[in-house]
Write a protein that binds this ligand. Structure first.
Ligand code: SF4
Length: 154
C-alpha cells in the first residue's frame, strides 16, 4: 500500500526469516533475523524507508518488547464454582476457569479489579454502570453481572 501510494516501482519483495538461539550461562537469547530483498534494483533511500517501516510493524514491536510467559493452575474447588462479589446494586460473578488473565479488567478499571488486593474485585470501587460496562468487555466470559434489584424482584 505504502509503495503504491508513493508510486515506487517495486513489483516484489522477498523476506526470509531465520531464527536461532544462543545460550550463555543460564540465559537463552533468541535471534530472529529478517532478510529483505528485492527482485530488481531499487534506490537506497527507498530501501532505508522500507526497512524503517518493517521495524515499526506491530509484530516487531511485540517481539522486541518484553514478553512474559505466565501459567496458571486452578484447584478443583476454585474451578467448580463461580465466585460472587456483591454490593447493594450489583453482583459481579467471576468464573476462574474461564479467566485467561488477559488483564483487561485490571488495566481498564483498577479501582475495582486489583490482583494485589483481597478480595481482588471491589464492587464499591465504581458505580454500577461503570462496573457493568467493564464486565461486558471481558474477552472470555469469565465475568458476568447480576442486577440485584431485578434479582430480588423475581
Ligand atoms: S478481563 Fe476477564 S479474562 Fe481478563 S483478567 Fe479480567 S476476568 Fe480475567
Amino acid at each position: 500500500m505504502y509503495i503504491d501510494r508513493k508510486g515506487w516501482d517495486i513489483p516484489e519483495i522477498s523476506v526470509n526469516v531465520n531464527m536461532f538461539q544462543t545460550k550463555q550461562a543460564d540465559k537463552t537469547t533468541t535471534f530472529i533475523d529478517r532478510d529483505i530483498s528485492f527482485t530488481k534494483p531499487i534506490p537506497a533511500e527507498q530501501k532505508d524507508r522500507l526497512l524503517e517501516i518493517a521495524t515499526h510493524c506491530p509484530i516487531s514491536k511485540i517481539l522486541e518488547g518484553e514478553i512474559k510467559v505466565r501459567s496458571f493452575v486452578f484447584h478443583e474447588e476454585e474451578v467448580d464454582k463461580n465466585i460472587k462479589y456483591k454490593n447493594d446494586d450489583v453482583t459481579v460473578v467471576w468464573n476462574p476457569e474461564l479467566c485467561k488473565h488477559s488483564g483487561r479488567c485490571v488495566t481498564q478499571l483498577p479501582q475495582v479489579f486489583n490482583l494485589k488486593a483481597h478480595p481482588w474485585i471491589n464492587v464499591s470501587g465504581a458505580d454500577a454502570q461503570t462496573i457493568t460496562e467493564q464486565v461486558a468487555k471481558c474477552p472470555t466470559g469469565a465475568l458476568s453481572i447480576l442486577n440485584n434489584k431485578k434479582e430480588e424482584a423475581k
